[in-house]
Design a protein around this ligand. Structure first.
Ligand SMILES: Cc1cc2nc3c(=O)[nH]c(=O)nc-3n(C[C@H](O)[C@H](O)[C@H](O)COP(=O)(O)OP(=O)(O)OC[C@H]3O[C@@H](n4cnc5c(N)ncnc54)[C@H](O)[C@@H]3O)c2cc1C
Length: 437
């Protein structure tokens, strides 16, 4: 392939560029925002919120960018293992599990390192331009119409393969429609989630803790009655990054005193940080109205030379920290697609089937939990009541039993498919644990 273009140079775009650098003579990434460690980028304001990188996401990062974990640790990002990573449900610390590793880092820090690695590849260039439309040659995409970040000036760059990595607000559907192509069907789940993140000075108040995560569970009907939903991560620069989350009328705001008071109603680690550490800067909020996923694999016709990755394909409830890992797994799907010669010229239905299967696994985890919220009213999957009862049972057992929790955390970390939680072994063990209790 002579040239590939990636539209969007954030996390998913950077991963796609890394994969494409093995298959194209030249990879051009179009990214209008000035991003990096000190820049947030107006088109992806979620960069200011706490971002957890799941164990699978960390493993994928290391696979595609060897030794990057050590590079991040050397630059100040703490790496948590064993007891350093704590998950609480309904205020109770879950049974210990061994094995999984999680890194504490802010999103701009992580992305800046990723970007540096990608730009150091000889055949990758990032241009400070935005994509403004597609150019077709018959039934193939043959290039991208570009514009400056302010929207002026437009020129065309030819490409053999174009990747949409423009995030949730990608306008790919309308660009396809302009050229007479059917757009993808979009599933939405309205969850009305509020997020608020603040940074704190970090000392030795929590020992070696790197991640502490608290969520309401079955005992509180998934409502913040026993404990608030929140998390903290030890991050680079000797800081804590603390996030609070809440749905509908319980969305957190920007008021610092209210933020601290709410941390005081959360689990021990968040309480300790509220009591002992100084807040740095302001509280930043984000409203996440709905999870959404686009389905391309069921389209009857689709142009060759075009794929979609990251949030442009599927954007799930951020509470479960899956987005970055999903982007990396979709990059794997892209690599699998490109492995067969000339496949990039054809409609990428094989890619979409793989990527949508991965996205569906993430969607299952977040949507089953979201549907427990009283204000979330569907769409419900087939067999929802049974799934809900099994999920509640396994979650309750995972709080007290390491065997169940080990599988549970592998699913949370996207190391295993959610169907692992409904295996006869896990269900049987959960029943035994709960009966013994
Ligand atoms: C509040 C919140 C918290 C989150 N927390 C986590 C977490 O803890 N862990 C986790 O894994 N995930 C988390 N996520 C999800 C994660 O942020 C996303 O999954 C991830 O950003 C997706 O990356 P992306 O590259 O697909 O899209 P984005 O990061 O949204 O980037 C899209 C890029 O496309 C560019 N762009 C837009 N339009 C154009 C155009 N016309 N031409 C060229 N470029 C364009 C933008 O400038 C931007 O850089 C969270 C999300 C939110 C909202």
């Amino acid at each position: 392939m002579q040239r590939a273009i990636v539209m969007g140079g954030s996390y998913a775009g950077l991963f796609a560029a890394r994969v494409l650098s093995d298959y194209a003579e030249e990879v051009v990434v179009l990214e209008p925002d000035e991003i990096g460690q000190n820049g947030i980028g107006s088109r992806a304001p979620q960069r200011q919120q706490l971002h957890a990188l799941l164990a699978m996401g960390l493993a994928q990062l290391e696979t595609w960018f060897p030794a990057i974990t050590q590079e991040l640790v050397d630059a100040g990002a703490p790496l948590g293992e064993g007891d350093d990573v704590q998950f609480y449900v309904d205020g109770r610390l879950k049974a210990p599990v061994s094995g999984a590793r999680m890194l504490g880092a802010t999103r701009p820090f992580l992305e800046a390192h990723l970007r540096r690695r990608v730009t150091s590849l000889e055949n990758v260039r990032i241009l400070r331009l935005q994509a403004g439309g597609l150019v077709f040659d018959g039934d193939r995409v043959a290039g991208v119409v570009t514009a400056a970040p302010d929207g002026t000036r437009g020129e065309v760059i030819d490409a053999g393969l174009v990747v949409d990595a423009m995030g949730r607000s990608s306008r790919l559907g309308s660009w396809l429609a302009q050229h007479g192509w059917e757009g993808p069907a979009t599933d939405r789940m309205h969850i009305d989630l509020g997020y608020a993140t603040a940074a704190f000075e970090r000392g030795s108040e929590l020992g070696g803790t790197v991640i502490a995560h608290s969520s309401p569970g079955p005992a509180s009907g998934y409502l913040p009655t026993l404990t608030e939903a929140g998390a903290l991560a030890a991050v680079e620069g000797d800081r804590w990054s603390v996030v609070l989350a809440g749905y509908a009328h319980h969305r957190p705001g920007t008021d610092a005193d209210a933020f601290l008071a709410r941390m005081g109603r959360c689990v021990d680690p968040l309480r300790k940080v509220a009591d002992n550490c100084s807040m740095i800067g302001d509280v930043k909020t984000f409203h996440f109205a709905a999870g959404q996923r686009r389905s391309f694999s069921r389209l009857r016709r689709f142009p060759g030379g075009l794929v979609v990755v990251g949030d442009a394909l599927c954007s799930v409830n951020p509470v479960y920290g899956q987005g970055l890992t999903l982007a990396a797994l979709e990059a794997n799907c892209l690599a699998a697609h490109l492995r067969s010669a000339d496949s990039w010229r054809e409609p990428a239905m094989g890619y979409f089937r793989r990527a949508e299967a991965v996205a569906d696994a993430a969607w299952q985890i977040s949507s089953i939990a979201d549907l427990a919220q009283p204000h979330v009213t569907g769409p419900y999957p087939a067999g929802y009541r049974l799934i809900r009862r099994m999920a509640d049972m396994v979650t309750t057992a995972s709080v007290i039993d390491s065997g169940v929790n080990s599988v549970y955390m592998d699913v949370v970390n996207m190391l295993k498919h959610p169907r692992a939680l409904s295996s006869p072994q896990v269900i049987g063990r959960a029943v035994r644990v709960l009966l013994a209790r």
